[in-house]
Design a binder for this molecule. Sequence first.
Ligand code: KIV
Length: 262
Amino acid sequence: MKKMTTSSIKKTKGVRPLVMITAYDALFASLLEPSSDMILVGDSLNMSFAGKSDTLSATMEQMLYHTNAVCMGAKNSFVICDMPFGTYISKDVALQNAMRVFQETPADCVKIEGGADKADIIKHLCSNGIAVCGHIGLLPQSVRSEGGYKVKGKTEKEALQLIEDAKAVEEAGAFCMVIEGVKADVACEVAKCVDIPVIGIGAGVEVDGQVLVFSDMLGFFESFTPKFVKKYLDGAGLVKDAMKTYSDEVQKKEFPQEIHTY
Ligand code: KIV
């Protein structure tokens, strides 16, 4: 598949749904690349990869390390590096950190959580040559301030705010945005009110594409499965079964056999 660009991504709007998936390392990135349009190195790696209970302690160093690994494994993919909590608290801080992403990795863009309140930061990055993917709706980096992961778009006020956010993110120069944890009918309206792709996670089918966390989608993450996740593989079960068989064979001296021996 030909590597996507910000302009080819924009051109998919109204033509076909985009496929985005997270990855945190070269091995999985190479396996996921053939059937995806974009790979997101999400700060969700702090949970899926580092075992933490939320994304808030993810660091720039972690993001740079994992983004480089993903880019090595998926050289033909459009790669998005998530900006961690606290790394875009002002225009200057955001630009300094986003510049690190572009200077120290081959990533194609950064992702920033927030809507109208982050428009000036998105604009500043875009005007300095950094491509930005927005992220509106449920914002995982606000989990502690909001006291949990709250679905958005349940009231008229929230729906209007989401529309304002999407328009502000587009106007600031983002080439696409993620919309997370939003009532499907509202997400559909949001997608209609902007000309850039709106990629959903827990936001129904009537948006411009879908993104899932790979370890949820492949059934590796066992502790919690959100309603919006479909498990396309029983990854955890398969790994545990294979490991048990290996362990049994080692203990019974059935492995290695003649064919595995020099
Ligand atoms: O960090 C992440 O994986 C994300 C997705 C949930 C969109 O931001």
